[in-house]
Design a protein around this ligand. Sequence first.
Ligand code: MN
Length: 232
Amino acid sequence: MHYAVSDIHGCYDLYLDLLKRISFSESDTLFFLGDAADRGPDGIDVMKDLMRRPNVVCLLGNHEDMFRQAARGWGAKLTWNQGLEWNLSFRNWTERNGGDVTWEAWLALPEDERKELLAWMDGLPLYCETVVNGRAFLLAHAGVGTYRREKKLSSCDPFDFIWERMDYDRVYYKNKLLVTGHTPTGLIDPAYMGRILQRNNHIAIDCGAVFRGTLGCLCMETLEEIYVSNRE
Ligand SMILES: [Mn+2]
């Protein structure tokens, strides 16, 4: 089976619960739509697990992007302007986006593991297209921000895929399901708080695990929703 999950945000226990719940095995494929770390406690553990599995396809999230930029600039020789820019983006990540816990864990890692992690983040694609059970899917962390029918996906800006907030009342694709994380479904429509939202050929799968304790997962063959929760 093929599954999609996103925005684990350091909830390592929930992630392991989910793998157990779906009996994830070598014959399955898991698409992870980005934001493995930050806010929650164990982001580095989540990343290390994702990267060692050959049947997990990971996409870049805005949090991986902030993380790798911080890691890359740290200790590097920067010009005055680059240093200023690095500082602003570092503070945006650690003070406003929950990256502080990840940064602390990162600093405690041996150098070879840091390099491995950084190379892994650098290699993450912005989106992925696939067909499962005759259904076409487009997966991206946040969406396809400036999408127009005549515009090639490969010419969209990275911002579109990892930061944009989508219009969920709009049908972006007639013959394709767009699967995204990034925006907790409760913020799109309060009726879907902690639940996956399927609407207008768009499936929003970020149930806000780190805020609400529920991690959602989509089975791409059946469009069935699977949930694990650490709430009583
Ligand atoms: Mn995000």
